[in-house]
Each structure stands twice: as C-alpha cells, then as structure tokens.
Design a protein around this ligand. Sequence first.
Ligand code: AMP
Length: 211
Amino acid sequence: MRIILFGPQASGKGTQSKLLARVLEMPAISTGDLFREEIQRGSARGKRAEAYMNRGELVPDDLTLTMFQERFARDDTRNGFVLDGFPRNTVQAEALDVMTTIDVILVLDLPEEDVLERMSGRLLCSKNHIYHTTTKPPKKDGVCDIDGLPLKQRDDETPNAIRTRLAAYHVQTTPLVDRYRGRDLPIIEIDSRPSIDIVHTAIMEKLAPYR
Ligand code: AMP
C-alpha cells in the first residue's frame, strides 16, 4: 500500500505512521525526521535546512525533493510506504506524481486548540522517538524508553515557529487533500483526539477494505 498521511502538527502523524509501517512491514518516510538527521550529522544539507526549520518555514523545494528522492530510491519502498510530512505543497505533490502512484490518503483531524496543547508537551530524542509529557510520558523522566537518549523539546516549537508552521499547513498543505479528492482513490479521515491506541485501531479498521 502506498499511503500519504496528512494532518496538522502534533496530530500524531509521526507516531501513527511509524506504528502503521511496522504492522504493514513497510517504511515510514518522514521528511522532518530526515532533515533532523541531516542536522545532527552536520551535513551541508542539514545546515541549509536548519534555519528554515527553526523559523517554522518550509525548507526550499530543491533541497527537500533531492533528499526525498534519495530516500525514495531505496529498495524498501518497492512494496509500499507511508509518507509523513511529504508532500507539503503543490510542487512536491507534482514531483511525487512523476515518481509513483498513491493508493490511499489518510487525514488525521485535530482541532487547533488540541494542536497547541499537544505541541507544548511534545518531547523527542535524537533518533526521533516521540513522547508527550501527559499523553505518552517516558518511563523515566527525560529519557527515551527505546535507546536511553535524553529527551528535549523540538527547536521549532517556539511560539513564533509554531504560528508559522500552522499557517504553512493551512495555506500550502491542506489544499493538497482536495487535489487528491478529484482522483479515484480513498480519502480516509480519522479523528485524532483519542489515545494513540484508539487512533491506530481506527486507522487499521478503515484501511482493512483496501488491503
Ligand atoms: P515535521 O517534523 O514534519 O513537523 O517537519 C519539521 C520541519 O521540517 C518543517 O516545519 C519544515 O521546516 C521541514 N520540512 C519537513 N518536511 C518538509 C517538506 N516536505 N517540505 C518542506 N519542508 C519540510
């Protein structure tokens, strides 16, 4: 299955795409994670992307597309994938159309007040494992359950960057869902307010007819 997961910031895209990918035995590709890995490695690409990310702006398309295409070219995408955070605008969606076809669009819905509440408690380790101070706390304060690495807030979770990111999502990314609505493929909307497990179960149930 070739799936794109849309949803506003902190709607659970990272968490749900990783869970879904594990069950369906295919990769979850998150351009945000790829950029954060580039920044940690100190690569030229990471250095260029970092300033845009910290302001909450989209990274320029040339950089994003090259990075995405490199990841997408790996063999593990042959039998399907879940895309998290890509495409984010029309240029990227058009580029994706040239590379592959999509089978299902998943949209995680979350009202803005929940988005803001969730972002304020979100924690991440340097390997992109996601936690939340109230909804998904780590077993030990400030430490990732999986790899023992320290947890911190994302550098782009400052009030200004959050405002810019939400605007980018509403202005540039949500119109993409309408772009796919005109095609013959299922668009599945999921209420993302319940717990991680409930949302995951809802996703699996709604995907079942298409598997
Ligand atoms: P995310 O982890 O998906 O919230 O992405 C974090 C940041 O990485 C975004 O605010 C952008 O600055 C950058 N980013 C991630 N994916 C893309 C993309 N497809 N196009 C442009 N910038 C992106």
